[in-house]
Design a protein around this ligand. Structure first.
Ligand code: PNS
Length: 156
């Protein structure tokens, strides 16, 4: 059974992330959504809040597990016995960052393959930062994030 990791900050999880998770779950025996504990950019939501939102959003979707990690992704992937890393690609602007990360991870762990899934066009503009900005300015975020996340964002 092939196991893949879908790592990220998920600050918060969006419908774009959820779409990638569900599609990855059709390709792999198990998808482990791995929430980074201390991302480089200081997160708005705490690790526990981000984890809770991800767990609720994927509830009921088969062959998906949720966990958190710290340190190098390749070390975590090895300890979780995953053979692939899943990343979503939106626009060309994602490419440099994703290319650098994929090649770095391959250098560190040659057997760990990064698999890119192209975003659904509906979510090609969507990011956690945009969603937080809209929520702060009291805009409508329904349709951009799962319902449990929308409830929380309405209070910020
Ligand atoms: O959702 P994000 O913020 O784009 O996710 C980035 C993430 C968590 C995948 C990336 O920052 C990461 O893997 N961090 C762990 C540290 C690491 O392994 N660095 C070396 C590879 S660049």
């Amino acid at each position: 059974m092939k196991k893949a990791i879908y790592p990220g900050s998920f600050d918060p999880i969006t419908n774009g992330h959820l779409d990638i998770i569900k599609r990855a779950a059709c390709l792999f025996g198990e998808v482990l959504v791995a929430v980074i504990s201390n991302p480089e950019k200081k997160p708005f939501f705490s690790l526990n809040e981000r984890l809770k939102m991800v767990k609720e959003a994927v509830h009921g979707v088969k062959n998906i597990k949720v966990d958190f990690f710290d340190g190098l992704l390749v070390d975590y992937a090895q300890s979780a016995k995953a053979s692939s890393i899943i990343r979503g690609l939106r626009a060309v602007s994602d490419f440099d960052y994703e290319f650098q990360m994929a090649l770095t991870n391959r250098q560190l762990s040659p057997n760990l393959e990064t698999v890119f899934l192209m975003t659904d066009y509906k979510y090609s503009y969507l990011s956690s930062s945009i969603v937080k900005q809209i929520a702060r300015l009291k805009g409508d975020i329904s349709g951009l994030v799962p319902k449990n996340v929308a409830k929380i964002l309405k209070k910020i």
